[in-house]
Design a protein around this ligand. Sequence first.
Ligand code: UD1
Length: 422
Amino acid sequence: MGGFLVRGGERIWGEIRVDAAKNAVLPILAAAILPNGQTLLRNCPHLSDVESMRGILHTLGCKTEWTDEGLVIYGDMLSKGEMPEHLSKRVRSSIFLLGPILARMRKAAMVYPGGCEIGLRPIDLHLSGLRRMGVSIREEGGVLYCDGSKMHAADVHLDYPSVGATENVMMSAVLLDGTTTITNAAREPEIEDLQRYINAMGGNVCGAGTDTVVVKGVKALHGGEYEPMPDRIVTGTYLCAAAITGGAVTLRNARAGDLRAVLDKLMEMGCALREEENLIALAAPCRLKAFHQVQTQPYPGFPTDMQSQMLALASVAKGSSVIIENVFENRFAMVGDLRRMGADIRVAGRAAFVQGKECLCGAQVQSHDLRAGAALVLAALKAEGETLVRDVHFIDRGYEKMEERLRMLGADIRRITAEENA
Ligand code: UD1
């Protein structure tokens, strides 16, 4: 697998534009099979997760194509309800298609979805939400067979505010007669974005962004175009790249309101921030200060997808920091790699105790998941000497051409192929 070769020590400095959010685009790609027409997704990022979803859509009979304006999805061409095993296993967001396929075809089949290995990531909340709406689900040989012939609107209470389950139930309900109410819904901004997309195509959803989402069924959706929200995690990651190297960046197409918990921590670490409409600028001190504590929580709490990046920052900050991971159980898998680079981190259960070092040293490290991979690149930018971050296909799932963006911002980083890596 390919890697990034990073020579640390360069300050990250300059301006870039943030792409549309992966976590908004993936559910919208699933929802795009609901309209009786095409969807043009403007500013859609070129990510391997997007390609995997395209692959699944193609096997379901839907054509998709990249144009100069974005990605066009011919959702109305849907002709099959069975998701191919190899693709469902590769990408967790295949689960998003279950609700929309049922809404359109009343029958669906898939194997358990895959994705980054950041925890058990069960799908029980998705399935219990669908069952509540009258879907009968049976498992046979690892395949889930879903029969939605008796599907109906319902009141669905989620035991935990799962982002994906909220989105799945929302999408399933769009074309049903009557009103579906989801309580204890997740409040992430990407759910609001999905609501905006569905409504732009003629749907009637309200409440996304709060813990109660109300979906009033409509007869049909029409096609149209839509520009998904900017990626708040990509935004946060590039802010961290400037922060860890004592640099300064301006990010356009970036929304501070979606990133409040992260921006507060960066300020606590000594960074100066300027916020304008659709713009965030950060100037970092020569050395970051430790933060008291980061605890990951569902939105609007600190996002779990920014936890690894904060671990990298804490590793070189002055003083000691504590990070508590409450959302996914396996998200400290990269601690061993940071230690190899000289970081002083002790993990006890869900907590990581970090004693900041003045600097890290280059080493050979391995991406374990998307965000951990990005965090290792951040650490490498600060480390003395050369770092090889392996398995960057994880990073390609959620960051478009990360090495090119960082090079534009002054980093000494290049992609090496699997052969060079061997
Ligand atoms: C989404 C994001 C992911 C982010 C996560 C939490 C997308 C494509 N991915 O993932 O980047 O890290 O939100 O902000 O939007 N859970 C269950 N049963 C379920 C579903 C979830 O127990 O049926 C658990 C999970 O194991 C996890 C927690 O709930 O511990 C949160 O998961 P969830 O909010 O569903 O995350 P995803 O939608 O998978």
